[in-house]
Ligand binder design. Structure first.
Ligand code: GLU
Length: 320
């Protein structure tokens, strides 16, 4: 049985980009008789707000999407909220630590920032870490530990990763792609990469569909699946949604393109779904359509690889 998920972070309102991702993940499952899971990724508690989680669920339902398991629908893998799953992450963390896959990192924020200008490249989570603390001697670690609580980084393996993305096609990440990444911050918060892998594996997720901005997280996650001895899901990274000005849809556009704003403006959900479906090549004509009518004939092959743009025509359609 195929199992997909939508895993929003409740630190902001859903905008059209997130809604598009949710719609495609839902269609991918519903068109194949698969199950859909909704998981709230509120592991970064200082940034997450329960009222936003409630609003996200309300917005998704309003769009006509549903889920078989989620924060409000009990299932075999409760809870479906990351803040309630910390023990699982700590177990995985302890295993990786015991297996020698992690190392403490004492670099300060200032040091990390200065690395941003060094020629190691930038990954979606920030500058690529050059491995400064990877080979500290035991004595050096002890000396640094007296002054600072460390974060813990996962040491990327010496081999690269080949995988097939259901939208982007064949991918190859060379050895160390993205650099060694943080699995536990100095304040104790478990990093996104580890939490998402532990959860997707524990919840039996077979198909991970998410935004293209997370494509470069995939080798990191594949490395974690490998280190934890877990089977990796199939990945599908759907194109970024750009605003009409060609900029990435962001907070700046958020107020106009949040579902809350569209709802407040009286836009019907079928209109939002129609606009998203048109944007992703699922329908040829810009017209209102209920989500459930898109399941017949849905295939990820229809979804373009290139970023898609919320043209003025689509914007007008949404608020007319
Ligand atoms: N929680 C992540 C986000 O909102 C998505 C995680 C994922 O789909 O892997 O960006």
């Amino acid at each position: 049985m195929k199992r997909g998920r939508f895993a929003p972070t409740p630190s902001g309102q859903l905008h059209l980009g997130n809604a598009r991702t949710a719609l495609l993940a839902w269609l991918d499952m519903r068109s194949q008789g698969g199950q859909m899971v909704l998981r709230m990724e509120d592991i970064d508690k200082p940034r997450s707000r329960p009222e936003l989680a409630a609003q996200i669920m309300d917005d998704l339902r309003w769009l006509g999407l549903d889920w078989d398991e989620g924060p409000d629908v009990a299932g075999p893998y409760v809870p479906y909220v990351q803040s309630g799953r910390e023990e699982l992450y700590e177990d995985a963390f302890a295993r990786l630590l015991a297996d020698g896959r992690l190392y403490p990192c004492y670099c300060s924020r200032a040091e990390l920032l200065s690395m941003a200008s060094a020629p190691h490249g930038i990954a979606s989570e920030g500058p690529v870490y050059p491995g400064t603390c990877r080979s500290l001697s035991a004595a050096e670690r002890e000396r640094r530990a007296a002054a600072k609580k460390p974060s813990y980084r996962f040491a990327m393996p010496a081999h690269g990763f080949h995988y097939n993305d259901a939208v982007c096609g064949r991918q190859y990440a060379p050895p160390g792609a993205g650099g060694d990444f943080v699995v536990r911050r100095a304040d104790g918060i478990i990093g996104y990469q580890l939490a998402v892998v532990v959860d997707d594996a524990a919840m039996g997720i077979t198909d991970v569909l998410r935004g293209h901005d997370l494509l470069d997280s995939t080798p990191r996650q594949l490395a974690l699946y490998e280190a934890l001895g877990l089977p990796a899901p199939r990945f599908a990274h759907v194109p970024l949604v750009l605003a009409a000005d060609g900029e990435r849809l962001a907070k700046r556009h958020g107020s106009a393109f949040s579902l809350a704003a569209l709802r407040a403006a009286g836009t019907a959900p079928e209109r939002v779904v129609g606009a998203l479906a048109f944007l992703c090549g699922l329908i040829d004509k810009l017209q209102p359509v209920p989500a459930r009518e898109l399941t017949a004939g849905f295939t990820l092959a229809l979804v373009p690889r290139e970023p898609v743009r919320l043209t003025n025509e689509i914007a007008r359609f949404l608020i007319s």
